[in-house]
Design a protein around this ligand. Structure first.
Ligand code: CA
Length: 327
């Protein structure tokens, strides 16, 4: 009985831990937007638990995990391809994903690049930077090898919204299907940690910022208005090498659920254009909209958890006593 009770209390504490006040960080430059970390879509060293498993992610292909350093999607060898996918879909209405990566290798010629995915499909190997073609949802490609795009500086970072039928055209580096993109000379083999930050406000905008020139200096790659992604989509990362190769390493992933602390107050979006009111994250009962709502919600949640735990312990004790008195 003691073990069961301990398990119940541990489960409550672990669920409460996700909603600590310190996690309610504010996004830079906009005090009406709050964030809550999404543990289910984040990755940190050592990546694996004591059973050498990951609770929230699957990986495959040539992916190698070195627990103290990186998740290597491809090694610097020919014809490598690897992937890593979230097990749960990303159901948040608005979110931010910041990931640190490192693209490096021995060769003077190198390729092909790596991708981030927010798609209905998951964990299917394929020809688009190591993942399946004809995907439905978003692909962000860090393309290090110029196949054929005259006048464009590489590495080139681009986004594509797949409809489930259209193919990505490697031969022209995805030019025909490009939603937005930017050149990022120096993002491969940079001397500082290279990072990308993708921000999505449903039916409003999708923005990608990059950090590769100097530490803590973010450069906006693109901001696209009126983007709608699939309601249920998985987060994935993949990479691919052909004749030319590189190490494509994923170092960390920090995902956050974004919501407006005051949805009635129209404020400028990151693009400087008016932003529509944003809904609180799915599953919240609207408490976050009132002033001081989070503290009050947290308090109520803790009280509720304690009452439930107390009730359960009492019930188990009562049952045990009754059973003992029977014999
Ligand atoms: Ca290419």
């Amino acid at each position: 009985m003691r073990l069961t009770t301990r398990k119940v209390i541990a489960a409550f504490l672990s669920s409460i831990a996700v909603f600590t006040p310190s996690s309610l960080a504010q996004l830079d430059g906009d005090d009406t937007i709050k964030s809550v970390p999404l543990r289910t879509h984040s990755l940190l060293q050592p990546y694996l638990d004591q059973d050498l498993q990951s609770r929230w992610f699957d990986w495959g292909g040539d992916t190698i995990i070195r627990a103290d350093q990186y998740i290597r999607l491809t090694s610097d060898r020919q014809n490598q391809a690897g992937w890593l996918w979230s097990r749960l879909p990303l159901t948040a209405t608005n979110w931010e994903i910041e990931w640190e990566f490192k693209i490096h290798g021995q060769g003077n010629l190198f390729g092909d690049g790596m991708a981030l995915w927010i798609t209905k499909q998951r964990a299917i190997s394929g020809p688009v930077f190591g993942s399946t073609d004809n995907f439905e949802g978003l692909g962000i490609f860090i393309d290090t090898y110029k196949n054929n795009r005259p006048g464009v500086v590489f590495p080139y970072v681009s986004a594509m919204l797949g409809d489930g039928q259209t193919s990505y055209d490697h031969a022209h580096d995805g030019k025909a299907t490009e939603l937005a993109g930017c050149s990022a000379r120096g993002i491969r083999g940079a001397s500082i940690p290279t990072k990308a930050k993708l921000t999505y406000f449903q039916e409003n905008y999708l923005q990608l910022d990059l950090q590769y020139k100097n530490q803590d200096q973010w450069v906006q790659c693109f901001n696209v208005q009126n983007v709608t992604l699939p309601q249920v989509a998985y987060l994935g990362f993949s990479a691919h090498c052909g004749e030319l190769s590189d190490n494509h390493d994923l170092i960390t992933v920090h995902s956050k659920n974004l919501y407006s602390a005051n949805p009635n107050r129209p404020g400028p979006g990151r693009s400087g254009k008016p932003r529509k009111s944003t809904k609180p994250p799915k599953g919240w009962n609207g408490e976050s909209e009132s002033s001081g709502g989070w503290g009050w919600f947290l308090l109520k949640f803790i009280v509720f958890a304690i009452v439930c735990a107390g009730g359960y312990i009492g019930w188990v004790a009562y049952r045990t006593q009754k059973r003992n008195s029977r014999f």
